[in-house]
Design a protein around this ligand. Structure first.
Ligand SMILES: Nc1nc2c(ncn2[C@@H]2O[C@H](COP(=O)(O)OP(=O)(O)OP(=O)(O)O)[C@@H](O)[C@H]2O)c(=O)[nH]1
Ligand SMILES: [Mg+2]
Length: 687
């Protein structure tokens, strides 16, 4: 196969497709590939043959389950496109793509309006400084486009302007920016064109004055003004499309090729110097200078069955070719790429070189990791990437391999999967000795288990989700323990007096050494802190981690011969437990923000069911056409086990919900007593 052409920064456009699940991102990516001649026939979700959804899990669920890279050439530009999953449980994949691009195309489902993930990703893209545009897709099914545009303006608080309009009941689009003739599903194009001109001139005082004094407005100038405002995030263009019917796709491609920022015209990417600068103004700005030494961000890592580990890079400055020498992160080992790959779904054609601004991949470099900066030896070496905030994974299941002997294989597979997804974590439960995986929800973890099977041929069994309770205290208390062991051999002696006091929710833990006069010799204070941390790992009520308290060690005793690190560690652990039990300990439970979308006729049933689950409804909304309702509120996570299947059965499969950790709240007394009664501590202080 011939090598892929490399493009200079001014001719590159890096785009991410964002939006709620089912809005049509993958279908739009497919339509773009078709219009650009990548494919001769458009694939579809129904036939499970799209470029993006090539992994078995995506085909099986008929939803994207990972972000996927593509590229296409249009009107002399190279468009690097990242299709992301819209299901909120895979939001980590969508967020991780933001640092790699300049422009976010937010795809809205014309039938459903603005949904949870659409809104959240719209704001995340803004926070990362990306230019944003909105594509209202599925106009062939759209019942009420003007009401939807109004909803977008209200919900996103954006100065949003239509560039084109649906026409012929969603079978076509007409341009209303450069043209002022014809009719659309919104009404007369000249009227809408005039409204658009009136609101766009408001961006600029001198254009506004000209307009008010009756001067003709030059449309080219207006367009330039509009594009400039879009690139700094002040206005957001709206385009209409039917991805499935390839309507409006050329308009979108024209804007992508000609108007959205290139790496050379966008605000430069910024990197954080180490130690991390307090103020963002001290961050390192990195314009795509092709002559500077190489800097690139490893923004995504995946494992391909044929080429092994693939690291996706956003080249920030300089160039990368097969022989460019670089080091990764803070290490000193020099490597070479060997091959520079472009990525087209599952294909990896080779490019001889990649310039600053481009998105490419390198393979078989197992010791490069996600979110590292790779750099030529001559480039700055203290930089780390600016990445978005990820939600906390709080849905957990314990897993074990079905075949004995697969433990090592399992931990290797888990390490790979954790690197692919910033919201997937594993821990080892010290209390139950179980391996626990954490994710954003049931579907997220199910897909991760499917990946283990499909990619690593690993069968694992899992136990039902467990709630990540926490323990805390309600009052101050003193604790004391003397550890003394003198039977046979060398003796052990350590004695610790400490005080604990509550801190505000979310403050975590603070250790204070307030020992005077060497009552505990300085060399043992580290062991005392370790002992307290042992105690924190497993609270005395039900064995859950303890949080939101300060521990002040203020006195103790030592023995010239028998005092040892281990003796103070044990003494501190049990002194801490002694104090905890006197400090009115309480169990805390995770409470989630929930958003439920259901057909409007189920609104009453769902809200009353939520109050039965100790939930609180904060807002209910109807979509533009009044047939779909959104319910927002908070619910303890413990009340949501099996909620997915219950919601589906109540709404005949039409309801869906998303949740995200909000905060921790005290568990009601009765429930606390029940959980505590089932707990048997594994270690007790010696009498
Ligand atoms: N009628 C109609 N259906 C469409 C259109 N675009 C997409 N669809 C259908 O909508 C469904 C969802 O499309 P996808 O492309 O998978 O949506 P997505 O945004 O990628 O969804 P996730 O991957 O879950 O985030 C599929 O059944 C598509 O065939 C459109 O313009 N018109
Ligand atoms: Mg998709």
């Amino acid at each position: 196969m011939a090598n892929v052409d490399a493009f200079l920064p001014e001719n590159i456009r890096n785009i991410v497709l964002l939006g709620h699940s089912g809005s049509g991102k993958t279908t739009l990516a497919e339509a773009i590939a078709h219009r650009c001649g990548i494919t001769t026939r458009m694939g579809s979700i129904e036939d499970a043959n799209t470029i993006s959804d090539f992994e078995p899990e995506a085909r099986h669920h008929k939803h994207s389950t990972a972000s996927v890279l593509m590229f296409a050439n249009y009107e002399g530009k190279q468009i690097n496109l990242i299709d992301t999953p819209g299901y909120p449980e895979f939001v980590g994949q969508a967020l991780a793509a933001l640092p790699a691009v300049e422009t976010a195309v937010i795809v809205v489902n014309a039938q459903r309006g603005i949904e949870y993930n659409t809104q959240r990703l719209y704001h995340a893209a803004g926070e990362m400084g990306l230019a944003r545009m909105i594509v209202i897709n599925k106009i062939d099914l759209c019942p009420n486009p003007p009401a939807l545009v109004e909803q977008i303006r209200q919900t996103l608080g954006a100065s949003a302007h239509c560039i084109n309009l649906p026409a012929g009941s969603g079978s076509d689009v007409v341009d209303c920016f450069d043209h002022d003739a014809g009719t659309s599903d919104f009404g007369s194009v000249p009227d809408i064109h005039r409204e658009m001109v009136e609101s766009v001139v408001e961006i600029d005082d001198s254009e506004m004055e000209k307009y008010l004094s009756g001067e003709d407005i030059n449309l080219d100038k207006l367009r330039a003004l509009f594009i400039k405002s879009m690139n700094v995030g002040h206005v957001v263009p709206i385009l209409f499309a039917s991805a499935k019917r390839e309507v409006g796709v050329d308009d979108l491609l024209h804007i992508l090729a000609n108007d959205v920022p290139s790496p050379a015209t966008a605000r430069p990417k910024r990197l954080k110097p180490a130690p991390v600068a307090e103020s963002e103004s001290q961050w390192f700005e990195c314009p795509p200078d092709v002559t500077a030494p190489l800097l690139a961000h490893v923004f995504k890592v995946t494992t391909d069955p044929y080429v092994g580990k693939l690291c996706m890079l956003r080249i920030l400055q300089g160039k990368l070719d097969a022989n460019t020498a670089f080091v990764a992160g803070h290490d000193k080992k020099s490597r070479r790429a060997g091959h520079v790959l472009k990525v087209e779904g599952r294909e990896h054609p080779e490019s001889l070189v990649a310039w600053a601004g481009d998105i490419v991949a390198v393979s078989k470099l197992d010791d490069i990791h996600v979110d590292q900066i790779i750099h030529a030896p001559a480039a700055r070496q203290d930089l780390s990437p600016n990445i978005p905030r990820y939600p906390t994974p709080m849905y957990s299941i314990a897993i074990e391999p079905k075949s004995r002997g697969d433990e090592a294989k399992l931990s290797a597979a888990l390490a790979k999967l954790c690197e692919e997804d910033p919201t997937f974590k594993t821990t080892h439960d010290a209390q139950t000795h179980e391996l626990v995986v954490h994710g954003l929800g049931d579907l997220h973890l199910r897909v991760m288990l499917e990946k283990m099977k499909n990619r690593f041929n690993l069968d694992v069994s899992s136990k039902p989700p467990r709630i990540a309770y926490r323990e805390t205290i309600n009052s101050r208390a003193e604790g004391h323990y003397r550890h003394k062991k003198q039977s046979g051999g060398a003796g052990q002696f350590g004695e610790v007096f400490l005080r604990i006091e509550p801190m505000d929710r979310g403050q975590g833990f603070e250790f204070v050494n307030d020992v005077f006069g060497g009552a505990i010799p300085t060399q043992f204070i580290g062991s005392v802190e370790k002992g307290v941390r042992d105690g924190l790992d497993r609270g005395p009520l039900a064995g859950y981690p303890v949080q939101d308290l300060r521990v002040i060690v203020h006195d103790g005793k030592s023995h010239p011969v028998d005092s040892k690190d281990i003796a103070f560690r044990i003494a501190a652990k049990f002194a801490f437990r002694d104090a905890m039990l006197k400090a009115r300990p309480a169990l805390l439970e995770p409470v989630v923000n929930i958003e439920i979308a259901v057909p409007a006729e189920h609104l009453g049933t769902i809200t009353s069911d939520l109050s039965g689950r100790r939930g609180r409804v904060t807002e209910t909304l109807l979509n533009a056409s009044g047939d779909f309702a959104t319910i927002r509120g908070t619910v303890p996570l413990a009340e949501l086990s099996q909620y997915d299947s219950q919601l589906r059965s109540v709404t005949s499969g039409q309801g869906s919900f998303v949740m995200e950790l909000s905060h921790y709240d005290p568990v009601p007394a009765g429930l606390q007593a029940r959980i505590a009664s089932q707990y048997k501590p594994a270690d007790e202080p010696e009498a």
